[in-house]
Design a protein around this ligand. Structure first.
Ligand SMILES: Nc1ncnc2c1ncn2[C@@H]1O[C@H](COP(=O)(O)OP(=O)(O)OP(=O)(O)O)[C@@H](O)[C@H]1O
Ligand SMILES: O=C(O)[C@@H](O)C(=O)CO
Length: 414
């Protein structure tokens, strides 16, 4: 029976949490987009449904999450995990608070924990304050995020602006006091009417204690860190290798402009033939695609290739000045089309950098369900798609992975 159903608010967040569950020993299936209500649940210990609900209007995020929850519940899944970003990406109007409230109502649960801490990614919480590495969230680059700027590190305050219900805190000293103390504090908070409890955690051991203490809750919320601990509590079997990676040519598509991706693209450029999509020099979208597709046709089948639009802030500004406000969308669509052409030309290993870009590529390839296999880097697992011609898929969050990730991902690809 499937032990855990996870609703993730974006695609690469979905791969991150799926990797954590697999690492905990669960056979994990990842599905992209809302499942068709009549589609069956594939055989697995844990299923992650990755939505694109992080930055859509709150009402849409609530509806998509509830439909997904109902599908999970209808397929016998009894525990639900709402996965959001370890940097708590959200705004005063949502979507973490409204989605959590809706899932609490749907599961008939009075209270849940709010635990983005993921020490594996350098995200920790202390006295309700979220740290990214050794700085507060509000001092990290997240304060400049274009869609969800995070300027307040106090999650009790942040969440209080997103929900009409009381938000409480489970401080680190209670977490460290052990499972019984955690349970007792949660019971007290629930009896006082608290619906959301922000939980401190600095280490994986803290998360293990929280997971054990909350084993009777039907709904948990947080990052990949707590999900791993929850998975470890229910893991029935040792590590799974899942499916092996399909053999064949490889292609890298990078649309992320985050610092980690720019370094990774530099290393990949030094190793593989590469093509840069540059709206500043080719602002016509059809032209942009046609030129890149022609380059791809010339290079396909002769070893790994890299196609990227990843750019520095100055280059992005020039791109938007030339192509207009739809630049991001056009680039995502273009990389999606190129992914389709690469697969049609024989690519069997597809590596994508960036959450939005991954969404566009997965949609363009029509991939709905994958089995999660070994991680290339922490939070970046290989996935194998189902269907007649399986693909190896690696979807990378913008800030994840070591500098040589893209190069290593092509090891063994032709
Ligand atoms: N040269 C460019 N000029 C303007 N926009 C660009 C350029 N290259 C990429 N973009 C856009 O920047 C956005 C990058 O978002 P994406 O989610 O793919 O990466 P990310 O934010 O680094 O990743 P994550 O969401 O996983 O942290 C995309 O919408 C992409 O189309
Ligand atoms: O939790 C994280 O940091 C990631 O899974 C993510 O969601 C990045 O957008």
């Amino acid at each position: 029976m499937t032990a855990l159903g996870c609703v993730a608010d974006d695609y690469t967040g979905g791969t991150d949490v799926a990797a954590a569950l697999r690492r905990a020993g669960l056979r994990t299936v990842l599905m992209f987009g809302e499942p068709d209500p009549t589609s069956p649940l594939p055989a697995c210990d844990a299923v992650v449904v990755a939505l694109k609900s992080r930055t859509v209007p709150a009402a849409e995020a609530v509806d998509a999450s509830l439909r997904t929850y109902r599908w999970l519940a209808g397929n016998g899944v009894r525990r639900t995990y709402f996965k959001y970003c370890s940097t708590f990406d959200s705004t005063d109007s949502g979507n973490i608070g409204p989605v959590t409230d809706a899932l609490l109502d749907a599961t008939g649960t009075a209270m849940t924990v709010v635990c983005p801490a993921s020490p594996e990614h350098g995200r920790t919480t202390y006295l309700g304050h979220l740290f990214v590495g050794d700085v507060l969230l509000s001092a990290s680059s997240m304060r400049h995020h274009p869609l969800t700027p995070m300027t307040d590190p106090n999650l009790v305050r942040v969440l209080t602006r997103q929900t009409p219900h009381p938000v409480g805190l489970l401080p680190l000293n209670t977490v460290r006091a052990g499972v019984e103390e955690i349970r007792s504090r949660l019971t007290t908070l629930a009896s006082q009417g608290t619906r959301h409890v922000v939980v401190d955690a600095v280490t994986d051991a803290d998360l293990d204690a929280v997971a054990e203490a909350t084993s009777s809750l039907a709904l948990l919320t947080g990052g990949a860190g707590l999900a791993r601990a929850v998975g470890a509590c229910s893991a029935a079997s040792p590590d799974h290798d899942g499916a092996s990676l399909p053999a064949g040519p490889g292609v890298i598509l990078a649309g992320s402009c985050s610092a980690a991706t720019l370094d990774q693209v530099e290393q990949a450029r030094a190793r593989f033939p590469s093509y840069r999509l540059d709206p500043a020099s080719t602002p016509d979208p059809d032209d942009l695609l046609a030129k890149a597709a022609s380059w791809l046709a010339d290079h396909a089948g002769r070893g790994p290739v890299l196609l990227y639009s990843s750019a520095t802030p100055d280059q992005r500004e020039a791109a938007v000045a030339a192509m207009g406000p739809s630049t991001s969308e056009i680039l995502e669509r273009t990389l999606g089309s190129l992914a389709r052409s690469a697969v049609a030309a024989g690519a069997r290993r597809v590596v994508v950098a960036g959450g939005e870009t991954s969404g566009a590529v997965v949609s363009a390839l029509g991939i709905r369900t994958v089995l999660v296999t070994a991680e290339e880097d922490r939070g970046v697992p290989w996935c194998v798609s189902d269907g007649e011609v399986p693909l190896g898929l690696l979807l990378k969050s913008g800030n994840f992975g070591r500098p040589d990730l893209l190069v290593r991902a092509m090891d063994g690809a032709s």
